[in-house]
Design a protein around this ligand. Structure first.
Ligand code: CTP
Length: 433
C-alpha cells in the first residue's frame, strides 16, 4: 500500500486560484466518466516544496484518450497521440494540460475501484526518475488532495535527497544523469549515496556519451534555462561529465565567470534585453566552448547538431571578441551611432556573450547600453514624412532615415521639428524633387 496523506489544504494555500479551478474541473470530469485522475511529477514535488510550477501533467487510470476527447465539446483544442495513449488539452484561455494513460503493464483493472489508486498508477510512477518526482495527487472530487507516495518521495523531499527508484534507472535513460545534476543544483538537494554511485558509473561506463545529439542538445538547453546554469556546469566538470560527453571540451574558471555574468544580465535586465527567439541558450553555449581549442569547439557543435545559423553565432561570438573590444573600447567618448553601427550588424546573442566575456568595463557598458536602449531608438519621422518634405522616392529615403537615427542616437535632435530641420540642413535642395 502506498503512503497517503491529504494535502488539500497545502493546495488551497499555495496554488493560484486558476490552477485549483482547472484541476477541479479535470477531476470533476474524470469522476463523471468513472476514471481516476492524478496530477503527477514535478508539479507535486514543487507544490510540496512551495515552489511555483505551472506545468500540469495529469495521469488517468482508465482511457485517457476518451477523457481528452471529451474536452472538445467545451471549446478546447486537443491533440492526441494514439500510440502512446497521451495527449494535450488546450483550454480556450490558452492554459495547457498534458494527459497520459497510466501504464498498466501486467493486467487490466476494473476502473473506479474503491481505493484511491490501483497498481496501474504504481507502475506508471515506477517508470520515473527520482522518488521526489514519482508522487501523485488525486484530483477526483471524492478523493481530492490525496497524496499517493509509493516510493518514499515525501521522506526524500523532507531530507532533500534525490534517489532513483531502482538500480537500472540511469541505464534505462541516461538523460537522468543530467536531469539529476540539474535538479540537485536547482533545489540544493543531495544526490543519495547509492544513486550517486550509479550516476558516476553511468558516466564512467560511457552510457551518457551514447545519447543522441538531439537529446543532449535539449538537456543542455534545459540547463541553460535555469537561473544559475554556472553551478550546474561546475558540478558537471567536477563529476567528469563534460570530459565524457565532449572529449575536447575544457570549461574552466573563465567559463564560469562568463556564465555568471550572462545570468546576472538576464536577471537584472530581463525586460530590456531583446528577445532572442530560440537563441537564448547560445551565449551560454559560446561560454561553454570558450576555453577549448578550435577542434574541441567544432566537435561540440557537430555533436549537438546545431543549425548552420546557430553555429555561425557561436563561432562569431568567439572569433569576433577581439574586434569587438577594439572597436568598442577606448577611453575617449564613443558616439552612440558608432556603437549602434557595429552592434546592429550582429545577433543580440553574440552581443550578450561579448558583454559577459570581456574584462573591459567600458566595452561591457557600451554593449549593455546598446542592448537595453540604443537598439530601440528610431527617428520620429517615417518614410512618408520624408516624401512629404519633397524628397524623391528611392534609396535616398532610407539613407536619410539612417542619418536621422544616427543624429538621434548622438543627441543632435530631440523633437520632430528638430528632425525636419536636420533633414533639410543635411540633405539640401539638390536631393529634393
Ligand atoms: N521523467 C523521467 N525521466 C526523464 C524525464 C522525465 O522519469 N528522463 C519524469 C519525471 O517524473 C518528471 C516527469 O517525467 O517529473 C515530467 O518531466 P519534466 O516535465 O521534464 O520534468 P519536471 O520534473 O517537471 O522537471 P522541471 O521542473 O525541470 O520541468
Amino acid at each position: 500500500m502506498p503512503w497517503t496523506e491529504n494535502v488539500a489544504s497545502t493546495m488551497a494555500q499555495r496554488l493560484k486560484p486558476w490552477v485549483i479551478s482547472l484541476l477541479a474541473k479535470l477531476g470533476g470530469r474524470a469522476e463523471e466518466m468513472r476514471l481516476k485522475a492524478y496530477i503527477v511529477g514535478g508539479f507535486v514535488r514543487d507544490l510540496l516544496l512551495g515552489r511555483e510550477n505551472e506545468d500540469l501533467d495529469v495521469v488517468i487510470e482508465g482511457d485517457a484518450i476518451e477523457f481528452i476527447k471529451s474536452w472538445e465539446q467545451d471549446g478546447c483544442r486537443v491533440a492526441i497521440h494514439k500510440k502512446f495513449k497521451t495527449g494535450t488539452i488546450v483550454f480556450p484561455d490558452g492554459k495547457k494540460v498534458d494527459v497520459a494513460t497510466a501504464r498498466r503493464e501486467f493486467y487490466e483493472y476494473p476502473v473506479a475501484q474503491p481505493s484511491v489508486s490501483s497498481d496501474s498508477l504504481k507502475h506508471d510512477l515506477y517508470r520515473r526518475d527520482y522518488t521526489v518526482n514519482a508522487m501523485a495527487i488525486s484530483i477526483n472530487c471524492s478523493t481530492w488532495g490525496t497524496l499517493v507516495d509509493y516510493f518514499g518521495g515525501r521522506q526524500d523531499l523532507k531530507k532533500k535527497l534525490l534517489r532513483v527508484l531502482h538500480n537500472l534507472s540511469f541505464v534505462e535513460d541516461p538523460t537522468r544523469v543530467i536531469r539529476g545534476i540539474r535538479l540537485e543544483q536547482r533545489l540544493e538537494f543531495t544526490i543519495e549515496e547509492n544513486t550517486f554511485r550509479l550516476l558516476v558509473n553511468c558516466i564512467k561506463g560511457g552510457l551518457v556519451s551514447l545519447l543522441s545529439g538531439v537529446r543532449l542538445r535539449s538537456e543542455l538547453e534545459l540547463i541553460f534555462k535555469e537561473d544559475a546554469p554556472y553551478k550546474i556546469v561546475k558540478r558537471c566538470t567536477q563529476i567528469g561529465l563534460w570530459r565524457s560527453l565532449f572529449p575536447g571540451l575544457n570549461p574552466g574558471r573563465d567559463t564560469i565567470k562568463i556564465m555568471r555574468r550572462i545570468s546576472f544580465f538576464k536577471r537584472r535586465l530581463s525586460g530590456d534585453l531583446p528577445s532572442m527567439a530560440g537563441a537564448d541558450w547560445l551565449p551560454y553555449l559560446s561560454a561553454l566552448v570558450s576555453e577549448s581549442h578550435r577542434d574541441g569547439m567544432l566537435s561540440v557543435l557537430d555533436r549537438l547538431h546545431v543549425s548552420d545559423k546557430e553555429r555561425a553565432i557561436v563561432i562569431e561570438s568567439i572569433d569576433g571578441m577581439g574586434s569587438a573590444e577594439h572597436i568598442l573600447g577606448g577611453r575617449g567618448e564613443k558616439p552612440n551611432s558608432r556603437i549602434y553601427e557595429f552592434l546592429s550588424k550582429v545577433h543580440p546573442a553574440i552581443a550578450l556573450y561579448w558583454a559577459a566575456a570581456t574584462n573591459r568595463w567600458r566595452v561591457r557598458r557600451r554593449i549593455l547600453l546598446y542592448l537595453t536602449r540604443l537598439r530601440k531608438i528610431e527617428p520620429m519621422l517615417i518614410g512618408r514624412d520624408i516624401l512629404d518634405l519633397g524628397y524623391r522616392e528611392g534609396p535616398m529615403i532610407g539613407y536619410i532615415l539612417k542619418g536621422l537615427r544616427n543624429a538621434r542616437l548622438d543627441g543632435l535632435v530631440e523633437t520632430r521639428e528638430e528632425e525636419i530641420e536636420w533633414v533639410l540642413k543635411n540633405f539640401p535642395k539638390m536631393d529634393r524633387k
